[in-house]
Write a new protein. Structure first.
Length: 59
């Protein structure tokens, strides 16, 4: 049987650093996951989502 997941995921933006991974997870003892996301990756994903949404909404 798979373990039950009872925690939450909290997203934090971090500044871009060369040589560092774009995403990293820190797991706390209560099951909460702190997911650190590179700010540049996050902004690029938002821009791409906005562009796709605009294409779908414009005839």
């Amino acid at each position: 049987m798979a373990p039950k997941r009872s925690g939450h995921i909290v997203y934090l933006l971090k500044p871009a650093r060369t040589g560092m991974r774009a995403f990293s997870d820190v797991r706390l003892s209560d099951g909460t996951v702190l997911r650190q996301v590179d700010r540049a990756v996050h902004l690029a994903a938002l821009a791409k989502a906005a562009r796709i949404l605009k294409k779908r909404l414009d005839p």
